[in-house]
Design a protein around this ligand. Structure first.
Ligand code: TYD
Ligand code: MG
Length: 474
């Protein structure tokens, strides 16, 4: 009894010594969602993913002691007394970025910029720094991934930088903290959070506890000193090591930078925003000299549209508050094998199958022995049901080999009975179509009731898929 107790005490003491008078304990973190557990489990109780718990040592003495002074310092405030006048937004100079941020950078905010490696996160943030520095804001760009020379080479491609742009190539969190506290810049970029580490915390850089600790440190700095901090986080293909998902709860704003590797356009999407609306998008194009803003994404997406070709229809999808015109292409041909081949890129595969079933059942179009390929031109991904009518009309147009009018836009959701259902923000969608020179809009009939007639555009209301297809076959 005594022996085992002594042994335990010895072990405890050793742990203390190894960690330099710190009490370390073993905990398990889920690498997907950050769920903490005192023992290993095959399935994470938080997100129910299998085999995601990783063992790590953490300092258990931290964060528990609240001194009497601190307790006394915390006083509740009256909401009415909180002044908002101090909240000023700094314009980044990149309109697309400002839109996603909700009108500019909020002082003292912590923003996470996530995305696949190589998508252009560093480029975007460096461009933002350049414009901010030129507008006389003090900026500090901290890189743990690239050397100063590499950053300079990238900067040369982007353009000329102002003299107020400071650079720090460092991965030690304590050193980084010291520099920020000393130089007190207005805006700090941390590229990337996975490279930051603190010596006392065990676990390699990028592990759950290191990432969590680093983010907590930056959160503390940003809130206490009023510095706006941008953190870059990598998302890896195979479910992320200490993924940014874990950080989403801690930060104020989460932006995802995404795009097709083969297409040059990039979309910056707001996923969480404590200071503005989410689901806003910013569109950029990767060029030789960095990222260029795409001010008119509809024109960009529709460029190169074929004339008088069957199987192509223009539709309109809402991206946040912004309507985006897209070209849907379909190719339907006789199948040469027993099982017809179906493929959808940019549109949801199951949705395309469902819409084909509606065409077959409600209109009697024999698609059962046809191969069908549906593609959203430009590599854009759409999930909104309002594009259903566009998809159905593209498939029918290809099947009958009859082109849909070149200046026609089709908008509407389709139900299983073949009915065309109403969609939201129809005015904005039609306005965008008119702006882009379209003269006919096929929309759900329910939406036309309260609609003000737009100038120079013929709005046709349809009740069912049959009505819409008859417009092509007339
Ligand atoms: P980068 O910003 O390094 O990506 P991330 O930080 O998200 O990993 O972007 C790298 C890619 O961008 C790289 O494949 C090259 C391309 N690129 C250009 O095409 N033009 C440019 O001017 C720059 C700076 C990068
Ligand atoms: Mg990078």
């Amino acid at each position: 009894m005594c022996g085992s107790l002594c042994h335990k005490q010895l072990r405890k003491g050793r742990r203390k010594d190894m960690a330099g008078n710190k009490k370390m304990k073993t905990v398990f973190f889920c690498k997907e969602c950050g769920q903490e557990s005192p023992k290993w489990m095959g399935q994470c109780p938080g997100c129910h993913a299998w085999n995601t718990m990783l063992e790590e040592l953490v300092d258990s003495s931290k964060g528990k002691k609240v001194t009497a002074d601190k307790r006394a310092a915390s006083e509740p405030l009256l909401l009415a007394e909180v002044s908002l006048s101090e909240e000023t937004r700094i314009k980044t100079g990149l309109e697309e970025l400002d839109r996603v941020l909700g009108g500019g950078i909020v002082a003292g905010s912590l923003t996470l910029v996530g995305g696949d490696p190589g998508i252009g996160k560093s480029t975007l943030l460096l461009q933002m720094c350049r414009l901010l520095a030129l507008a006389d804001h003090s900026v500090l760009y901290i890189s743990g991934e690239e050397s100063a020379r590499q950053i300079k080479m990238r900067a040369e491609r982007i353009g000329e930088f102002g003299k107020d742009m400071a650079l720090l190539c460092e991965t030690d969190l304590d050193a980084v903290e010291a520099v920020i506290r000393k130089s007190k810049p207005e805006i700090v970029i941390v590229d990337s959070i996975q490279t930051m580490y603190r010596d006392e915390i065990s676990g390699s850089p990028g592990s759950v506890s290191q990432v969590r600790e680093s983010t907590a440190a930056f959160l503390q700095i940003s809130k206490s000193m009023g510095i706006s901090i941008f953190i870059v986080g990598h998302v890896t293909k195979e479910g992320m090591v200490a993924g940014p998902r874990l950080l989403e709860h801690m930060v104020d704003t989460v932006l995802y930078f995404e795009g097709d590797r083969h297409a040059s356009y990039r979309i910056l999407r707001g996923v969480k925003n404590r200071f503005g609306s989410t689901n806003e998008i910013g569109v950029f194009e990767m060029q030789q000299e960095g990222l260029a803003e795409v001010k008119n994404p509809s024109a960009y997406m529709l460029s190169g549209r074929p004339e008088n070709a069957s199987g192509t229809v223009t539709t309109c999808s809402m991206e946040g508050t912004r309507p985006l015109l897209l070209e849907i292409q379909a190719l339907v041909c006789q199948t040469n094998f027993g099982i017809p081949r179906r493929q959808a890129s940019g549109a949801d595969y199951n949705r395309v199958n469902l819409l084909m079933a509606v065409l077959e059942k409600r209109l009697g179009v024999p698609l059962g022995n046809c191969d069908a390929y549906v593609n959203v031109a430009g590599g854009m991904k759409i999930v909104e049901p309002a594009v259903d009518l566009g998809i159905v009309m593209a498939i029918a147009s290809s099947y009958y080999n009859v082109p849909v009018e070149h200046d026609c836009v089709a908008i509407g959701e389709i139900g299983l009975s073949g009915e065309v259902r109403g969609v939201n923000m129809i005015e904005q969608r039609i306005a965008e179509a008119v702006k882009m020179g379209f003269t006919t809009c096929i929309v759900p009939k329910v939406c036309t009731e309260k609609l003000k007639k737009p100038k120079g555009c013929n709005v046709i209301g349809v009740d069912s898929v049959k009505d819409a297809i008859n417009l092509i076959r007339k």
